[in-house]
Design a protein. Sequence first.
Length: 465
Amino acid sequence: MIRMTWAQPEDLIAHELVASAAEGKEVADVRERWLAAGGSADAPASGASPEPATPQQRELARRLVAELDARPVSAVLASAEPDDLDELEGVWRQQTAVGAVASPPGTGKLDAPDRVHGAWLGRAAGCLLGKPVEKVGRAGIRAILESTGGWPLSGYFTACGLDPEIAARHPWNRKSATTSLRENIAGMPEDDDLNFPLIALRLLETVGDGFTTDDVARAWLDGLPGGRVFTAERVVYRNLLDGVEPAEAGRVGNPFREWIGAQIRTDVYGWAYPGDPVAAARLAWRDARLSHTRSGLYGALFVAAACSTALVADDIDAVIDAGLSVVPAGSRYAEAIRFGRELGAGPLDAEAAVDEIVARYGGLHWVHALNNSCLAAFALARGAGDYATTITTAVAGGWDTDSVGATVGSIAGALTGAAALPAEWVGPLANRLATSIPGLDGVGFDELAARTLAVSAAISAGRSQ
């Protein structure tokens, strides 16, 4: 029996009850009907409950999810957190006018090839660090590291010397541990946190920066196996195959619409538009709207703008400012970024600071955008551009460790540049990326950087004509 994660109706309804309640929808009556039918309202953290529902329960779950989809979001939330591009453009103009920096000044001695190469390498190494402990949790991460003599975190994880009792209590991510522990790393293994940037790069190469959301959908279907997408992306993939138009695919039966998936997809749009965070955010919006709304969408905008600025800025404050400039200031997402940033710049040690983040956001699923983005902002601010401090702080905090590690690694890697990245982090990558995307398996990060620079140059040339 296959229990497909992030797809079974009886699991989606449990997650949808949580998502709808967060949007201010009335959910009590739906919950009661589902419980009365013998269903569970406990959303499975791993994506699938252990036992299948009855055919009758599955049909009811489908109807209930559709009913919640049709209910309106609270007027207060809709006003504070717009999804429409025209409304967001107005927000961007207003926030830029009151002090956000559109093109932060750099040193005037920036090496674009080195910075873009550093961003690719930094993203990969940060992701690789977090891969074996994805879903392990913060307490488990510390227990593993203390058992192996690696606390505080300062290098790739290892199973050497790990107490069997600790290993049994906090098992590695089973799909990643065979390729992402210190003793078995042989290049960068496949990960959706790298697959999606590859899709974005190819999209810019083949369609250009005028691509549409329909083009993003086609790129997924042409280049990504269904088993390599998760949470919101898996729901959307199925919806597309079922004939739902891309503009609506993320709004049909998708309780993961405010999770982290879209923000792992948009680094390349920032690299394509160095120093132009608003232009990068526009591209990110076209991509992210396929699968996400509000916090999930804003994460994509924030990352694109931050990555754009990381290629030209001198410090992390300019990067975070640029990210915030494209996110509505009154949104929950902006609040999460500001909170993480304040903690990062504050006097608390890392453990006490993450305790504060957990106290505020610990009730959210480990793949949600808000908790993970708050942690990312904390790691960026605390690292202050230092690559090792940034990625280890992010991964030690738990939750979606490979995704957060990848995002902060990308930004810190761009600020640092490839030539200055520590060899102990980038050496094991062996300039080789594994992927199931056709034609790209084994591609080198130097080639990816060169192709990204070529795309950026083509965009710049087109704009100057």
